[in-house]
Design a protein around this ligand. Sequence first.
Ligand SMILES: [Zn+2]
Ligand SMILES: [Zn+2]
Length: 260
Amino acid sequence: MIDPGIKTAYEVGGRRYTLLSDLHTHTTYSHGTGSIRENVEAARARGIMKIGIADHGPGHLFYGIKRRMYARMKADIEEVRAEYPDMEILLGVEANIEGGKGVIDVVPRDSEYFDFVGAGYHYGTLGGGTPFGLFKEAGNLISTASGRTAKAIIRSNTNSVVKAIEKNDILFLTHPGDKASVDLLEVAAACARRGTLVEINMKHRSLSADDIATMAIADIGFIVGSDAHSPDRIGHFTGAVDLICESGIDPERVVNIKVE
Ligand SMILES: [Zn+2]
Ligand SMILES: [Zn+2]
């Protein structure tokens, strides 16, 4: 069912903003509630002709994709592509950034299945299998950390994210700052060097308008993602336009929004 509150075109200040694609959607292959087909059909029903499936990477202990399911996902994608040739349907993944060495849980042998890799930090991985990673995971769970401890955690988080961006081909960084505070400008500078887009995530809403303005000091592009975990949330970007306008950035820098 489609949430009538979701609009994929939105007018602010005499300009019309239209969402062109939604690459960040989850299915039952991780912990979404819809199938690949249901996500595609929900996008189509809203006039979004480009959709990505980005389920959680296999390193997540609780809801990562099982590697043995890759082939079936690919087959599901081929089936809907054949049925809707006027759409662009991409199979991606939301990889987990693990540990401090730039490791993500999508390795080269996985890549043949995926059209793109998004990546972000999540609780519930083994932290790249290193004691350091597990320590960091624990640190991020203790959100009351303050002073030097907090600074050290931010330093280590920033280092992990920057290294992951540098060492992997990541199309977009999902919900930066969520669950793991980072130095946003340093992360944005890494994204600028590598051409990685920064996501304005509509589920976690980790970036404020000020955060977006800070990151925009670096020469980066942004992408809006619904992070829909059910088909009814696909294309959800109400609020993104307000954030973008409030941040003062040129809205043309958001690659999946058309501004007229
Ligand atoms: Zn995520
Ligand atoms: Zn997600």
